[in-house]
Design a protein around this ligand. Structure first.
Ligand code: NDP
Ligand code: PYC
Length: 336
């Protein structure tokens, strides 16, 4: 029997949003949070899809996230810097409130930056940089998380899984986008291995004694490893500095201290930097971009996001596939 059912984006968004409102989230937050969760499910990015609903609700019940927080934007019209105070709410609404202004300033100044402060962060970053690229600007996004990762050469949790996402607009086509954790894999991937009862690949993690492990539970108890050894460790550290120290918000170890072992979503900041592709007067950035990217396909390499865009196209034509079990859970949550 086929265990999958297929829903349109709007139908799944309605169910997820209702489940989140039913759990106490304000209508604006439920709408924005549901949008990033359903985009992840649509693009088959399971580590930040439907599986995150339970964590969002647990974080809300744990009193770490403000259910009704209204983000507050501050900026000066003649400066390219924007600050969005999320006031303890989930990050997607804070991003949605500030993104149009960030794109407008990047177009006007050539480069602009937006700090989101005091947000609860559980989501993937590619929906954000992709939205900015669709508005015509290139974008970088980064944030700390909780201390889940040992630095290269170390044995204890210090750094977050600190995602780094980048998007570059491609005239007439989908943007070039990558988005990765600076650990070998996101913690969400390790959680999915634990839930599915499957071992981790070698090289992802160490246990609490610093020994390599493929046991997801031991890895969650121990520490994840950075991608590319000292290189990923340095990139993750840069993110702590830029999206923590620079914007005056928490480091991953500080967010973990706040969490105090409860395993709720981290509360910290995020930094976005946006650029106009012609900021330095390049004559034809669109054609120049095309010259580079076409070479990937010509030699059989795949571009980051190529798998995701293919998954999206399938979801849009056939519907977003979710298990009957998940559908039943969602229906129950959204009706109660
Ligand atoms: P993956 O390793 O699955 O993917 C990372 C990127 O690499 C994607 O853009 C992916 O494109 C691309 N990619 C994968 N394989 C290839 C390949 N063979 N050739 C070219 N490109 C490739 O992601 P992670 O596990 O590192 O991270 C998953 C998500 O977790 C991210 O979206 C991130 O934002 C999120 N995250 C969020 C955190 C937070 O604090 N909010 C913390 C950590 C992670 P494609 O999608 O097309 O496969
Ligand atoms: O998957 O590592 C992760 C993560 C941390 C916070 C949100 N996602």
């Amino acid at each position: 029997m086929n265990d999958q059912v297929y829903l349109s984006f709007d139908a799944l968004h309605h169910l997820v949003s209702a489940a989140l409102s039913g759990g106490g989230l304000s209508a604006r937050h439920a709408d924005a949070v549901a949008r990033v969760i359903v985009k992840a499910e649509r693009d088959q990015c399971r580590s930040h899809g439907l599986y995150r609903i339970a964590g969002v609700l647990k974080t809300l019940q744990g009193g770490v996230a403000e259910a009704e927080a209204v983000p507050e934007i501050s900026h000066s019209d003649d400066k390219p810097i924007i600050k969005v105070n999320a006031r303890g709410g989930f990050s997607p609404l804070a991003f949605e409130c500030g993104a149009p202004l960030l794109a407008e300033k990047a177009g006007r100044f050539g480069i602009a930056a937006m700090a989101i402060n005091d947000c609860v962060h559980f989501s993937a970053l590619w929906p954000e940089v992709e939205q900015l690229a669709e508005a015509g600007v290139a974008a970088l996004a980064m944030c700390p998380s909780n201390a889940y990762v040992a630095p290269a050469g170390g044995i204890r949790k210090l750094l977050g899984t600190n995602p780094l996402a980048f998007a570059w607009p491609c005239t007439g086509g989908l943007p070039y986008v990558f988005d990765f954790a600076t650990s070998v894999a996101a913690r969400g991937e390790v959680e999915l291995h634990r839930l599915d009862n499957t071992p981790l690949p070698q090289g992802w993690a160490i246990d609490a004694e610093g020994r390599p492990t493929t046991d997801p539970a031991a890895a969650l108890d121990g520490a994840l490893l950075t991608f590319g050894a000292h290189k990923g460790s340095a990139v993750a550290t840069m993110i702590e500095l830029l999206a923590g120290v620079l914007i005056g918000d928490l480091l991953s170890i500080e967010s973990s201290a706040l969490d105090n072992g409860r395993l709720l979503a981290p509360r910290h900041g995020e930094l976005l930097i946006a650029f106009a592709p012609d900021a330095f007067g390049a004559a034809s950035p669109a054609a120049h971009t095309q010259k580079l990217l076409a070479e990937f396909t010509a030699q059989g390499a795949r571009l980051p996001s190529q798998r995701r865009y293919a998954a999206r196209a399938q979801s849009l034509s056939r519907g977003i596939g979710i298990s009957r079990e998940n559908l039943a859970k969602l229906q129950q949550m959204s009706s109660g």
